[in-house]
Design a binder for this molecule. Structure first.
Ligand code: AMP
Ligand code: TRP
Length: 338
């Protein structure tokens, strides 16, 4: 039995992209053999400025969304990162194992820092070391991520290898990415070339999992398309990113291939197709939005779940990180016989 670990930043409201690209896969993984640990990575979130009150609210909100989507607090461990100190402790050790040259190659840092490289936080720079610590603190070996995170997972393997080499042990196992299917990538409703993102300034570009049915219907009605009718075959979607995106979303929600979607709607206009798409989304997302509200209406219940999750997470991570600390040469409780 392997251990699965994944994380999501509690910044902004989860989108349909997060749901189809990540959360839904997490829910499916829970049904398998492996232990699942899902973490709201608030330490990662503060690598960019977060309004403190908003961060607290968004941490509860993301927990509520995950539970509403079907993450089970019994089958899985769900908690927020800052509640388990092992993450930060192991991340510090990894800051001293990883090399500056390795971090300099991280394309996500380059993208996020942009031209402001001198002004971003040092946390943003060592972000991948913390991500490696998240995973290795549990000896997790399977990590579901989008393809944008693959470079970080390679780095996590490099760190583990150097740690094992430097401290003469085979302590940290290799990790294996579970890459989410390319077809699960949802694009912006305003621009088929950009990913749907919770940080996009335009709310019209995305479906939030907390949107009302009216709002979902309006966003789909206004979604960018092109003037031609829907094509009869998938090859003709290649140069039509907006059409491809909407067909992809409908297929992902209904469990149909793009070819099957086109078999039904090919040759028709976008109007009737968009109506069906909005209907499918509302049927699927309305219960999620409703349950999210129910969880949020009971913050004490939500916090009780998160605290219980953090206790279970700590029980796994504590002995692993303490052993890493011992290997490094820290005087740990196991040496002190007290
Ligand atoms: P983020 O919202 O960037 O913190 O991503 C959290 C998780 O959702 C990651 O596993 C991403 O790969 C996934 N994700 C984010 N946006 C999308 C999208 N538009 N389509 C598919 N997956 C996404
Ligand atoms: N960096 C990941 C993202 O932006 C989130 C994350 C943090 C994560 N720690 C992790 C994902 C550990 C997998 C494993 O999507």
């Amino acid at each position: 039995m392997a251990r699965i670990f994944s994380g999501i930043q509690p910044t902004g409201i989860a989108t349909l992209g997060n749901y189809l690209g990540a959360i839904r896969n997490w829910v499916a993984l829970q049904a398998g053999e492996d232990d699942c640990i899902f973490c709201l990575v608030d330490l990662h979130a503060i690598t960019a400025w977060q309004e403190p009150t908003a961060l607290r609210a968004q941490t509860r909100q993301m927990a509520a969304v995950l539970l509403a989507c079907g993450i089970s607090p019994e089958r899985s461990i769900l908690f927020h990162q800052s509640a388990v100190s092992a993450h930060a402790r192991l991340a510090w050790i990894f800051n001293c194992v990883a090399r500056i040259g390795w971090l300099n190659r991280m394309t996500q840092f380059k993208d996020k820092a942009g031209r402001d490289r001198e002004a971003v936080s040092t946390g943003l720079y060592v972000y991948p070391n913390l991500m490696a610590a998240d995973i290795h603190a549990y000896h997790a070996t399977k990590v579901p991520v989008g393809d944008d995170q693959l470079q970080h997972l390679e780095l996590a393997n490099d760190i583990a290898e150097k740690f094992n080499h430097d401290f003469g042990s085979a302590f940290f196992p290799r990790i294996e990415p579970l890459v989410l299917r390319e077809s699960a990538r949802v694009m912006s409703l305003r621009d088929g070339a950009r990913k749907m993102s919770k940080s996009d300034p335009s709310d019209q570009s995305r479906i939030n999992l907390t949107d009302t049915s009216e709002s979902i219907a309006a966003k789909i009605r206004r979604a960018k398309t092109d003037p031609a009718p829907l094509p009869d075959n998938v090859a003709e979607l290649t140069d039509r990113p907006e059409a491809r995106n909407l067909v992809g979303i409908y297929g992902a929600i209904m469990g149909l291939s793009p070819a099957a979607v086109l078999a039904e709607f090919g040759g028709g206009g976008f109007g009737p197709f968009k109506e069906k798409l909005a209907e499918a989304l509302i049927t699927h997302l309305e219960p999620i939005a409703r349950q999210t509200t129910e969880y949020l209406d009971d913050p004490t219940g939500l916090d009780t779940l998160l605290i219980a999750g953090a206790r279970r997470a700590s029980a796994i991570a504590e002995p692993i990180v303490e052993e890493a600390e011992r290997l490094v040469g820290f005087l740990t409780r196991s040496d002190q016989n007290l």
